[in-house]
Design a protein around this ligand. Structure first.
Ligand code: PMP
Length: 360
């Protein structure tokens, strides 16, 4: 029976990583084992940052595990999901041999991390269908097998394309690539979607991993808190490959405060607002003469094709609105990605685009 641990680089199997002063399970009153200062910094009167932090702050780990419905041992906190993507590539891919598969147009960090590790990149383009951009599941499986993929990144909902991937499709990929590849479902925008989390597949498929982040729906992008949820054995391996103290104390404190019951209630209300604004904006944009197509979105942004994307981009800039230019991305030569803002900000977007010359 294959285990997901077989996918870890051979040379890292017995790797114990850095042994920090924090890893020693000792008890005492006076801690003189980590070369920390005996006094607080004047800028930190409560001395909350005098000592090195717990590498995986227990309270935050438990809170996130409750939020994402997994065991704390199945979850590793990183500096945003960006760090976790990099960690997965480094721990699993032998440079020059094991490939990383992703589905352009898609979030750019999968390609960046693959490049940094000198892991071959396998690109299986999303297909522009009537429903929107969708992954070609058969091509993903075939390409992963033929190209020796060790990691398959599925972005759900996808950035910038917008759609979620049904769990049955994720499961098909995981099933087909068991023993060969870890299927990583990047759920950075999952809070805005209706599709259930791929964490449900973990019990039956140890080659599935899920990425979550507090950067989007939870409005804590600068705190840099993201995580990977996976088989607990794999989590332990990833931890040993990670930096000694990846979670700064002020960041974990902020994250805990941001995940309290009251904060979560507000976050849920904001998600509901984003979803209704997303629908309103999509409808209103579709009626504008300059807009060629607005893709359906399960996330907090809309991908929009324009008759003249440059003119739209400039009109928005003149109104003080900065959106993401997607024109350099494959298949998106005429597209901009617009994040859903407050109702007032969205009105600004609509007003700015309405100033464009009428299409004749
Ligand atoms: N995944 C996707 C799909 C994203 O769009 C982003 C950020 N744009 C990330 C991951 C990285 O998020 P984080 O802030 O957690 O590093």
């Amino acid at each position: 029976m294959s285990s997901v641990l077989d996918l870890v680089r051979d040379d890292l199997r017995g790797f114990t990583g850095y042994s920090s002063a924090r890893s020693a399970k000792l008890d005492g009153e006076i801690w003189l084992n980590a070369n920390e200062s005996a006094w607080a910094n004047p800028g930190d009167p409560l001395a909350s940052c005098r000592r090195y932090p717990d590498p995986q702050p227990q309270a935050l780990r438990e809170r996130l595990a409750t939020l994402y419905d997994c065991a704390p041992e199945q979850l590793l906190i990183g500096r945003g999901s960006d760090e976790v993507i990099d960690l997965l590539v480094r721990a699993l891919c032998v440079p020059g041999r094991d490939a990383v598969l992703y589905t352009p147009p898609v979030f750019g960090m999968y390609a960046v991390s693959a490049r940094l590790q000198n892991a071959p990149a396998l690109e299986v383009p999303l297909q522009d269908s009537a429903a929107g951009f969708v992954p070609d599941i058969d091509a993903i499986i075939t390409t992963a097998r033929q190209g020796g993929a060790k990691l398959v990144f599925l972005c759900s909902p996808s950035n910038p394309a917008g759609l979620s991937i049904p769990l049955a499709q994720v499961e098909r990929v995981a099933e087909a690539l068991r023993g060969q590849a870890l299927v990583v479902v990047d759920e950075a925008y999952a809070e805005f979607a209706d599709t259930p989390s791929a964490t449900r597949l973990l019990a039956g498929h140890d080659n599935v991993a899920v990425l979550r982040t507090l950067s989007k729906a939870h409005a804590l992008a600068a705190a840099r808190i993201g995580c990977v949820i996976a088989d607990s054995g794999l989590i332990a391996v990833l931890r040993r490959c990670q930096a000694p103290y990846p979670v700064p104390t002020p960041c974990s404190a902020l994250a805990l405060a941001g995940l309290g019951e009251q904060a979560l209630q507000q976050t849920r209300a904001r998600i509901a607002t984003v979803r209704s604004e997303r629908d309103r904006l999509r409808m209103a944009l579709s009626l504008q003469g300059h807009v060629r197509k607005v893709y359906a979105s399960d996330a907090n942004f809309l991908l929009v094709r324009f008759i003249d994307a440059e003119a739209a981009f400039q009109a928005l800039l003149r109104a003080g609105v900065v959106v993401r230019d997607q024109r350099a991305a494959p298949q998106l030569h005429d597209a901009l990605r617009i994040t859903v803002g407050t109702p007032e900000q969205n009105d600004r977007v609509l007003d700015a685009l309405a100033t464009l010359e009428p299409v004749t």
